[in-house]
Design a protein around this ligand. Structure first.
Ligand SMILES: [Zn+2]
Length: 92
């Protein structure tokens, strides 16, 4: 429940999410396999919507794609990645 709110789960978002899932015909855009609409949220293969370019691009369906929850989590949000470790400069 708290996770849903953290993700900004409003009625508008639920409608957008469903729109994206239907548009993509419940096919995961990340692994290409079907998403079972009967699986519910905590299930790793349940329906999820992937923010292709990260959440900072908002909830425009153009930047959203249907994905399994697990696939979505494997990819993550590119804008939430920690900065790469700075490489130590080796001077010769
Ligand atoms: Zn998938």
């Amino acid at each position: 429940m708290s996770e849903a709110w953290a993700g900004g789960s409003t009625r508008a978002w639920r409608r957008t999410r469903l729109f994206v899932l239907n548009r993509d015909r419940w096919i995961c855009g990340l692994c290409g396999f079907a998403i079972d609409p009967l699986l519910e949220h905590p299930h790793p293969m349940s329906a999820s919507v992937h923010h292709i370019r990260g959440k900072k691009y908002g909830d425009d369906p153009a930047w959203l794609q249907a994905a399994h929850r697990k696939c979505n989590m494997d990819v993550g949000d590119p804008n939430n990645q920690p900065d790469p470790e700075p490489r130590p400069m080796t001077e010769w």
